[in-house]
Design a protein around this ligand. Sequence first.
Ligand SMILES: [Fe+2]
Length: 487
Amino acid sequence: MPNRVQSALRAAAEAGIGLWAACNRLRLSGTPNPFVVGVHAPMREELTLADLPVTGAIPPGFEGLYLKMGANPAGPATRGHDWFLGDGMVHGLAIEGGRAAWYRNRWIGSRPAAAALGRPAAPGPRRGGNDTVNTNVVAIGSRIFAVVEAGSYPVELSRTLEEQRYNPFDGTLAGSFTGHPHHDPLTGETHAIAYDGRVWDSVRHVVVAPTGRVVRDRPVAVEHGPCIHDCAITARFAIVLDLPVTFSLGALLAGHRFPFRWNPAHGARVGLLPRRGDGADILWCEVEPCFVFHVANAYDDADGRVILDVVAYDTVFTAAGGGFDEPGRLERWTVDPAARRVARRVLDPTPQEFPRIDERRFGRRHRYAYTVSVPADGNTQLAGATRIYKHDLETGERRVHEFGPDRVPGEFVFVPAHPGAGEDEGWLVGLVIDTATDTTDFAILDARSFEAPPVATIRLGHRIPPGFHGNWFPARATDPDGAGAGP
Ligand SMILES: [Fe+2]
């Protein structure tokens, strides 16, 4: 814990760095960031729509709320802007009784977004100066939180999206959080590996109980301030991806707002942290240098190793301005804690991202993974590919759902058909942008009839930028907040 003198020195140093960065930011290119134009152009208003048109038939029993988050700058994106840092917007679509009851989109009321919109910021405590929350929206117990990595506290949302409040898990969160917390279906706990843009020598394993209160927070020693976007769990371990993208003072001083860059000096390793262990108990296993944004799943095999399915990149953020280098591919990593090594195997070299599984199996052996195609041609907007994939990891078969020309899918989420459903017995749901009409559809696919046209399509009538991550929130037996109620 820094003393007052240290805190004052740090504040003075950061003020100086901020001034230097602001000066250099003026020298950066004024070319619009690729993630605020074209298909990524932000929405400019908050809509409340009721009874949206449906093509096909929404499956019986498919009742609940689909929520998705993305960056949607409320004001002009200035020099040094980065996709990952734009003001958050949450989109919600409620399905009830076979109809699309309502759609709403709402900005997360951070201080900069509220200032740009000329309205009061959302209530609740803040953690430092950066309160942007834009990455994911997740259930913890019966509550809904919008979340982001490395900085802000989460924002608790009502099911109607009409209320939001910054909430550090009822005062129990002691630091930053993550955009990818993972629910353990066996224990009901939610696990996170949290890093902080201002803390370079440790990250934290944070566990949140179904009540929404932190029940575990343990530091893990690292170097250089690694960027850790996602994590995984198995029955035995929480998994820390300590890969060579780290805090870059040079990028910050140059005026870039996202201060993380490829760092070949950092090395690459996967940490197996016993779930009840302390940081000193972690088993570090070396891996060839690469980067992973997203994990599909992990599990313990019968030989004491950990199987970890990821989308891996040879490098990212090597350029001065950041950005992606080459697209990612689906890989299976075998992490051997005895040899302290990770063996990588390419499952599918095709460019793809946003891996998801039937998350009732998270942390246990899975058979199927679903991913979204991304352009292979160096398209810096990561948009334009028209397929999603279903991988059968037992047979090696890859199935393709082709949405057709001009139809660009985002992340798709698996929803079981019923509580006892088999692993691929259910629906895949997500948003599909029609670039020809500048509109977005919500598509429901039958996961077993993967190539078939959607069983239902809900037309939203406007374009939702591709954004980041979404989830399905099943209707509750008693729903006091009224996900299905009229807007
Ligand atoms: Fe992500």
